[in-house]
Structure formats: structure tokens, C-alpha cells
Design a protein around this ligand. Structure first.
Ligand code: AKG
Ligand code: FE2
Length: 358
């Protein structure tokens, strides 16, 4: 990331002006809106989420719930089995699925896409530990993960205040403009794929977020998280996706987030809810559903294996995670072999032919 970080332009003045919102997002690749969401509603969701984290043992014993003070001994990252175990309980929260349907967000999204909007059924929370900056979300374009239509928009919002030190999202201003989906390569952090920002020009922008502030960007804007450099605070956030209902959506966006790792289905989630109006709300909408494409994810996995075989430590936490998640899977077998090769390098590269320094 460039050392220079500018502050977002605030777009509250244009909230009622669809053409102006579209012009700004087309120019800059993002919209930043202060207090789009009711902080009280987010505050309630925050407490529900923190209760789940406390039950999962993630919070420091005796600390005030709302402070979100982590027990750093429990730190884990998205995709780790310990993370998935707690995340499944977040996914069961009805308020977590309801908030992204808030009329104020829908109304802004409708102005941006110019027609009836579809909030993606897959709803996403991020629960980022402090002292875990190796796993900060790397620079990427959302299209590689969410696919479907290019005109899919992410709305990122912290659940609670998120000053720069807690690691909010940053965007590379104007990076959507080439229209390209850039090459992505294996990296740690959410999504596991990063774009090489060395080849991109532009200015990074972010800001201190207050609870209720929202960042909206289209699927080809390059963005990343800033590191959570607080000593002990968890960063909680939501990132949900929206598109015109008439546009195609990828099949995996109709399933619970991280279901491939968690095995969680909607039928596991819905029994915990009071209301039924948002259950399977997309079923009768006659959507165009595209098959999911895992080519980039498969290539990232192959790169991680290759890095380990070459003695590069960077992929170790990822490969350990793959083994821990489903030890009987073919991916776990490949990951175990690559980890054995990595251990051989670590324990005595001098004894291996072709080792560095020979
Ligand atoms: O919150 C994060 O760290 C990642 C979020 C992200 O990449 C997104 O909202 O698209
Ligand atoms: Fe993203």
C-alpha cells in the first residue's frame, strides 16, 4: 500500500440525486456516506454479535461486552476451523440478515443501479482479531469472489466505530476504470487472493468510520483492509452485495457465506429466526443464476502448494487451515505433502539438493 492515504470524499450531499451518485461512483470507484445506517440498529446488532463471540470464548473475561476486547490467545482468521465454529452462530442471527435490507440502503442502491435491487442472499460479517495483521485482507477486486454481474456493488460498514487503527477498508481511487479484472495471486487474508498493486497507479483512500457510515463500491474497484493495529480490539464489520434484479448472479451467492467450509445451509439458519419474510426471499424472483467459477481459487491453491514446496513460509498458515478444516479431503492431502516439504526446508535446507546457498 502506498504510504499516502487520502480521506474519502463524503457523498451525503448527493443522496437524493441518482445521476450524481452514479457520476461519482463512475469517476472515483466508490461512494462514502456518513450515517447511512441507524447507529442504534448497528449498536443492537453489535451486542448480539459480541454475545456470540463471548460464548465462543473470544472475549477477554471480565471486559465490558460492548468494548469487544479480544482474548488474543484465541486469535484465528477467516477459514480457520475455530473461526468457522463461531461464525456459524453469527450466521444464525436474524438481525444480521435483516440489516442489509434496510430501506435506506435499498433506496441508495436503487438509485445506483437504476432499477429494482436484489440484495444478495449470502450475507457477510468479518470478525478480525487484533495482533493478527498477517491476515489483513489483501488488495483485490470483489468480482473474483462474487462473480455474476460487473455491476454488483459492495456495501462495507463497520459494526461499531472503526477508526483507522482498527483497520477499516481502503479503496484505490479510480482503479475500476480500466474495466479489467486483474490477475490475482495467492495471499493470506480474507479471500486468499491478491492483486499486485505495484503495477497500479492511484491514490488509496479511507477514513475513520463511525458506526452507521457506509462505503459502497463496484466489483472492479481494488480495495483492501488496513491492518488492525489496536492491541486488543476486535474489528466487526459487514460487507454485503447488491445488484439489479435483472442481472445475473452467481450460484454461490444464493448460499450462506463460507458454506463450503462450514457445511451450513439455510435450513440450519432459519429455525433461529422469528420472522419468515426474509427466508428464501429470492426463490420466486425468477433470477438468472450463473454457475460459480472456482478457476482463480484453484489457481491460488496451486500457488500456495508451490510456494511451500519451494520453501517459502508464506502459505503455511493457509495450508495448515486446509488440513484442519477437512483432513480427509484431497486438498488436505496435497496440503500435508506441501507442508512436509516446507518442514524439510525449515529443518535442514542444506541436506536438500537445489537448496538455496548451494
Ligand atoms: O472487511 C474486510 O477486511 C474485507 C472486506 C472486503 O474485501 C469487501 O468488503 O469486499
Ligand atoms: Fe472485497
Amino acid at each position: 500500500m502506498a504510504t499516502q492515504l487520502t480521506h474519502f470524499q463524503v457523498s451525503n450531499d448527493a443522496l437524493d440525486d441518482g445521476p450524481e451518485l452514479r457520476r461519482r461512483i463512475a469517476d472515483d470507484g466508490y461512494l462514502f456516506i456518513r450515517q447511512l445506517l441507524d447507529p442504534q440498529r448497528l449498536g443492537d446488532l453489535r451486542l448480539h454479535m459480541l454475545e456470540v463471540l463471548r460464548a465462543g470464548g473470544w472475549l477477554r473475561t471480565g471486559s465490558p461486552l460492548n468494548d469487544g476486547v479480544a482474548d488474543v490467545a484465541k486469535k484465528c482468521a477467516e477459514g480457520d476451523p475455530e473461526y468457522i465454529a463461531v461464525y456459524k452462530n453469527i450466521q444464525q442471527l436474524e438481525a444480521f440478515h435483516r440489516l442489509p435490507h434496510d430501506p435506506t440502503i435499498i433506496s441508495v442502491m436503487e438509485k445506483i443501479v437504476g432499477e429494482t435491487v436484489l440484495p444478495h442472499p449470502s450475507k457477510v460479517a468479518r470478525l478480525w482479531f487484533p495482533q493478527n495483521t498477517l491476515h489483513t485482507t489483501p488488495a483485490h477486486q470483489d468480482f473474483v469472489h462474487f462473480q455474476g454481474a460487473y455491476d454488483t456493488y459492495t456495501c462495507w460498514t463497520p459494526v461499531g466505530d472503526c477508526p483507522l487503527a482498527l483497520g477499516p477498508l481502503a479503496v484505490l481511487v479510480g482503479s475500476h476504470k480500466s474495466g479489467e479484472v486483474f490477475d490475482h495471486h495467492f495471499a493470506l487474508g480474507a479471500g486468499g487472493l491478491a492483486v499486485d498493486t505495484g503495477t497500479l497507479t492511484g491514490t488509496w483512500a479511507s477514513t475513520d468510520f463511525a458506526s452507521g457510515d457506509a462505503l459502497i463500491f463496484p466489483s472492479r474497484t481494488v480495495h483492501q483492509a488496513l491492518p488492525n493495529v489496536t492491541p486488543d480490539r476486535l474489528r466487526l464489520s459487514l460487507d454485503n452485495r447488491y445488484q439489479a434484479r435483472s442481472q445475473p448472479i452467481a450460484a454461490h451467492q444464493l448460499l450462506p457465506h463460507l458454506n463450503r467450509a462450514s457445511g451450513q445451509t439455510w435450513d440450519d439458519i432459519y429455525p433461529h429466526w422469528q420472522a419468515t419474510d426474509l427466508q428464501y426471499y429470492w426463490k420466486n424472483l425468477n433470477l438468472t443464476v450463473l454457475p460459480s467459477d472456482t478457476t482463480r481459487q484453484d489457481r491460488g491453491f496451486a500457488e500456495a502448494l508451490e510456494l511451500a514446496r519451494q520453501g517459502n513460509e508464506v502459505a503455511r498458515p493457509f495450508l495448515v487451515r486446509v488440513v484442519g478444516r477437512d483432513p480427509a479431503s484431497p486438498q488436505a492431502t496435497a496440503a500435508r505433502e506441501a507442508l512436509a516439504a516446507l518442514d524439510a526446508w525449515a529443518n535442514g535446507p542444506r541436506h536438500l539438493s537445489g537448496a538455496p546457498g548451494r
